[in-house]
Design a protein around this ligand. Structure first.
Ligand SMILES: Cc1ncc(COP(=O)(O)O)c(C=O)c1O
Length: 419
C-alpha cells in the first residue's frame, strides 16, 4: 500500500510545479503599502493593475474610519455562532434589506465568502432530479457547486447562444424524464476575458424553455448599470434574474457576499444554505463596513464615472496602439500577446523592474499554449498619467517580445524547463 502523501511528494500539481521559478514573484507576490493605484513590490513603486478595488473604496479615509470604529466597538468576534443559532443582528438584517433594494430584489441573504456561498447556493437550489446548464468558462465556485450536484448537468460553449439553446433542449428532455427543473448559471461578467454573460438573450429564452436563471455578478456589481446594480441592470433584465449573487471582494473592497431573490426563495435558502447554517455569522465589523461601502456606491456615482474614464482611456489607448484586447465589455482589460511561458516571465519581469507596471499574468494551461494574457484591472484611483505610462510600457515590451529579446533572456529558463 502507498502512503497517501506519495503523490504529493512526487507531483505538486499543475500550478505548484512552477513554484521554484515563480513563487514570490509571479505567484504569491507581496504587494505592500496602502491599497491604491501605486503600491510597492520588492521595494519598488509600481502602478498596480491587479486589484479589484474598482471604485477605490479600499483605502478611502471615511471607509477606513468606519471600519476602525466598528472594530473598536465590536472586536472581530461579534456576533458568535451561526445566524440561525446566535449570530443574528439588526445590522445583518439592515444590510440585507439595503442590498436587496439596491439590486431591485425583494430580499437578500448574507454569505461569509463568495466562493463558498456560491457553492452552497447551487447545492441548496437543486436536488438530484434537477438539471444544471452552465457556461464552460464559469468561475471555479460555479464548477465546484455543480460538482456537488448529484443529477445531470450540461455545459454550453462560452457565451454561445446556439450552444445555450441546444443544451436547454437537452436539459428539458432530461428534466421531463426525471420530473425535475432546470437551473441555468451564468456570470454577469467573465472575470478573465471581461465579456458580459449574454443575460438578455438568455432571459429571452425563458419564453421557449422553463428554467431559472442564477447570475454570479462578482465583477458587475458596482461597476455596471445606471446605478451600479450590475450586469442585469446594464442589460435591462435584472427582473429576469431569479437569483442574483455578488461578492464584497471587488467593488465593495471587503470580505463577504450576498444573494438576492424573491422573498420566498430567500426564505427557503436561509433555512437550507449549509455554508451559513453550519458556519459562524459574518462578523459585525464587515457588516458595518459593508453598509458604509454600499452607501458610497449609491451616493457617489462620480466614483463609477472616474472608473469608466480610466477604463476607456486604457482600453482605447491599447486598441489605438494595435493591442489585442479581445472582446471585453467591462472594466476587466485583457491584453493578448504571443509567446512561451519563459518569454512571458521575462516580459513580466521587465514590466515590473524597468517600467514599474504590475499586472497579473495568465498562461497555459489557463489559456491555450503559446498565448500570454496580461490582465489589467482599472480602478477609480488610477490617473490618466498611470494609463499613459502603462501604454508606453506596453509598447516597449511588445517591441522586445517581437524582436526576440525575451527569448534570448529566457534561454536558460527554457532549457531548465525543457520547453
Ligand atoms: C466570478 C467570481 N465569483 C465568486 C468569487 C468568489 O468571491 P469571494 O472572494 O468572496 O470568495 C470570485 C472571486 O472573488 C469571482 O471572481
Amino acid at each position: 500500500m502507498r502512503d497517501l502523501f506519495d503523490k504529493i511528494y512526487k507531483d505538486k500539481g499543475p500550478l505548484g510545479k512552477w513554484a521554484d521559478q515563480a513563487e514570490g514573484y509571479f505567484v504569491f507576490p507581496k504587494l505592500e503599502g496602502p491599497i491604491s493605484n501605486r503600491m510597492k513590490f520588492q521595494g519598488r513603486e509600481v502602478i498596480t493593475w491587479s486589484i479589484n478595488d474598482y471604485l477605490g473604496l479600499a483605502n478611502m479615509d471615511e471607509v477606513r474610519k468606519v471600519d476602525a470604529e466598528a472594530a473598536a466597538s465590536y472586536g472581530s468576534a461579534y456576533p458568535m455562532g451561526a445566524r440561525m443559532m446566535s449570530g443574528h443582528t439588526d445590522l445583518h438584517e439592515q444590510l440585507q434589506n439595503e442590498l436587496a433594494a439596491f439590486v431591485d430584489k425583494e430580499a437578500a441573504y448574507l454569505l461569509n465568502f463568495g466562493y463558498q456561498g456560491m457553492v452552497s447556493t447551487i447545492d441548496a437550489l437543486v436536488s438530484k432530479d434537477d438539471v444544471i446548464v452552465y457556461d464552460v468558462d464559469a468561475h471555479a465556485c460555479i464548477i465546484d457547486g455543480v460538482r456537488l450536484h448529484q443529477g445531470k448537468r450540461f455545459t454550453y460553449k462560452h457565451n454561445d447562444l446556439e450552444s445555450i439553446e441546444k443544451n436547454l433542449m437537452r436539459a428539458t428532455k432530461m428534466a421531463e424524464k426525471t420530473g425535475g427543473g432546470i437551473l441555468l448559471i451564468s456570470e454577469g461578467v467573465f472575470g478573465m476575458r471581461g465579456e458580459q454573460g449574454r443575460l438578455k438573450e438568455i432571459a429571452a429564452l425563458k419564453e421557449k424553455y422553463n428554467f431559472r436563471l442564477f447570475v454570479d455578478d462578482a465583477h458587475g456589481f458596482g461597476t455596471l448599470g445606471k446605478t451600479g446594480a450590475g450586469a442585469g441592470e446594464e442589460q435591462g433584465v435584472q427582473d429576469q434574474i431569479d437569483v442574483y449573487f455578488a461578492t464584497f471582494a471587488k467593488s465593495m473592497a471587503s470580505t463577504g457576499a450576498f444573494i438576492a431573490a424573491d422573498q420566498e426563495i430567500i426564505d427557503y435558502l436561509k433555512y437550507n444554505l449549509r455554508s451559513q447554517m453550519f458556519a459562524k455569522s459574518l462578523q459585525m465589523q464587515l457588516v458595518v463596513g459593508a453598509l458604509k461601502r454600499l452607501d458610497m456606491i449609491r451616493t457617489m456615482p462620480e466614483l463609477r464615472e472616474k472608473l469608466w474614464e480610466n477604463v476607456r482611456a486604457l482600453q482605447n489607448g491599447l486598441k489605438d496602439r494595435g493591442f489585442d484586447i479581445g472582446t471585453t465589455q467591462s472594466c476587466v482589460t485583457p491584453v493578448y500577446l504571443k509567446g512561451s511561458i519563459p518569454e512571458a516571465m521575462a516580459l513580466v519581469k521587465d514590466l515590473r523592474e524597468n517600467h514599474g507596471v504590475f499586472c497579473s499574468i495568465v498562461v497555459y494551461p489557463v489559456i491555450p499554449k503559446g498565448l500570454i494574457l496580461l490582465r489589467l484591472i482599472p480602478t477609480a484611483t488610477h490617473t490618466l498619467q498611470d494609463v499613459e505610462e502603462t501604454l508606453e510600457a506596453f509598447s516597449s515590451i511588445r517591441e522586445r517580445l517581437e524582436n526576440g529579446t525575451y527569448k534570448r533572456m529566457s534561454a536558460a529558463l527554457i532549457e531548465a524547463m525543457g520547453e
